[in-house]
Design a protein around this ligand. Structure first.
Ligand SMILES: Cc1cc2nc3c(=O)[nH]c(=O)nc-3n(C[C@H](O)[C@H](O)[C@H](O)COP(=O)(O)OP(=O)(O)OC[C@H]3O[C@@H](n4cnc5c(N)ncnc54)[C@H](O)[C@@H]3O)c2cc1C
Length: 424
């Protein structure tokens, strides 16, 4: 059987966002061979973004599948849940599973995502300690949320803040401990970072910025945390949300190339790893980003979907679709934050303020007058209107952008027209 044949057998390791989208895309591209999907979790692929939002805010029950039951059945894959792939034998084109079975493949996709970064003082399983990556984690945390109770969140990143807002909504007394001096400072412009901090405080969240944890003690009735400045606080429960470690052990053991900077499995634009028959997608994969000019591992829902589409094409030796401009969203309480591109330290931010009272608006990070990073607070439609300017790196007149009376869509068209190459 020649590789690139639509009848090849494909094994997918991990049954999360990227895996599900890859199966869907493989079938859409005409693949008719067997697809074996092996997942460590007991569940069919489900969406993780609701875990820190709707699942914590609701009754903790139920979750959103990536593929509906009928679509899942139509795609005709062999699904092996509750099973880990323990090794990848490149020369034999074979996977070993935790139940000692073997799965042979022509081509393999690693969609193993990542694992929570562990705080040694409060490892998983420690009394009253929670981490948040899976639906089971979310349900366990939801069970601890009750009005008048207290939750300490270690880590003020997106996930920590989302969970803090959800817990606050459930009536918990919430404390967030963040070692950086600002909230989300690596992702948003300084004035927005300050606004996010003040809106968290206004919501009743007790914020400790620039404070690392010195020690933690789990006791029968709760957890005592001691901070760097010597102060201490008690909470009924603690959520550790200090980031993600890419799940690359199989790749490492098999000798696949990993990115030296971010530790992800190094892949080409079509998802191909350093072995021609092994591909990777999602949180575990590091790829050169044409829009950013660097290799990066992006931990986002959109990236998992887009890399899965590219890898599905790669698995079938079809040219991948053009890379999508990086997009990310989060909901912080009732506020929606969206981003296009990535922040870097050399950007000069301009702000289009749409509402003086609520800070609603759009920011563009400019490099030499060219927008390379866009951020919108409760203004996702405006950010969408700007996407082409960022994708095509069109220099803008920032005074017109910041003027709230400027009609955005018409203005974007005018900026594009001003730089269009005349037809001869
Ligand atoms: C709580 C939470 C909230 C989020 N909110 C947002 C948001 O608002 N916006 C946004 O853009 N992104 C958000 N994300 C990020 C987004 O969900 C992830 O980027 C996305 O799920 C990554 O998909 P993936 O397929 O790479 O990994 P995953 O969805 O994590 O799937 C990987 C799967 O592989 C399995 N696996 C790993 N190793 C093995 C093995 N050896 N054998 C078998 N199975 C294995 C894992 O158990 C897991 O089920 C959020 C993530 C979390 C956890």
């Amino acid at each position: 059987m020649s590789l690139g044949d639509l009848r090849t057998s494909i094994a997918i390791v991990g049954a999360g966002q990227a895996a599900a989208r890859a199966v869907q895309e493989l079938r859409a591209l005409g693949h008719t061979g067997t697809i074996t999907l092996i997942g460590a979790e007991a569940h069919r692929p489900y969406e993780r973004p609701p875990l820190s939002k709707a699942v914590l805010q609701g009754d903790g029950q139920g979750y959103t599948p990536v593929l509906s039951e009928s679509v899942f059945a139509e795609l005709q894959m062999e699904f092996i849940p509750t099973t880990r792939v323990t090794s990848l034998h490149l020369d034999e084109h074979r996977l070993t599973l935790s139940d000692r079975r073997s799965v042979h493949y022509d081509r393999c996709l690693l969609a193993t995502g990542g694992e929570v970064r562990i705080l040694p003082a409060l490892p998983p399983g420690c009394l009253h300690t929670h981490y948040l990556r899976t639906i089971d984690d979310a349900q366990a945390l939801r069970d601890r949320l009750r009005a008048g109770g207290s939750l300490a969140v270690i880590g003020g990143g997106f996930l920590g803040l989302e969970a803090a807002m959800s817990a606050r909504q459930a009536g918990m007394n919430v404390t967030v401990i963040e070692s950086a001096a600002t909230l989300l400072g690596r992702f948003v412009p300084p004035d927005l970072s300050e606004w996010i901090a003040s809106s968290a405080i206004a919501r009743g969240i007790d914020l400790h910025l620039g404070q690392a944890l010195r020690s933690a003690q789990a006791m029968p009735e709760g957890v005592r945390l001691t901070l760097q400045d010597g102060s201490s606080l008690d909470a009924d429960a603690v959520l550790v949300a200090i980031g993600l470690v890419p799940q690359v052990e199989l790749a490492r053991q098999a000798g696949l190339a990993l990115d030296a900077r971010d530790g992800g499995i190094a892949v080409a634009a079509n998802g191909r790893s350093s072995h021609p028959d092994v591909f990777a997608a999602g949180d575990c994969a590091s790829q050169f980003r044409p829009f950013l000019g660097v290799s990066a591992r992006l931990e986002s829902w959109q990236n998992a979907n887009e890399q899965a589409r590219a890898a599905a094409a790669g698995l079938l030796d079809i040219s991948p679709p053009q890379a999508a401009f990086p997009w990310f969203w989060t909901d912080l309480g009732e506020h929606n934050l969206q981003m296009l591109g990535l922040k870097s330290t050399d950007l000069n931010y301009v702000h289009r303020r749409l509402d003086a009272d609520t800070h609603r608006g759009v920011w563009l990070g400019l490099r030499g007058g060219i927008p390379v990073h866009g951020v919108a607070l409760n203004a996702g439609a405006d950010l969408r209107a700007l996407r082409t300017l960022l994708e095509r790196q069109i220099p803008i007149d920032h005074r017109q952008f910041t003027d709230p009376t400027t009609k955005l869509k018409a203005w974007v068209q005018s900026q594009l027209a001003a730089t269009a190459v005349p037809q001869s």
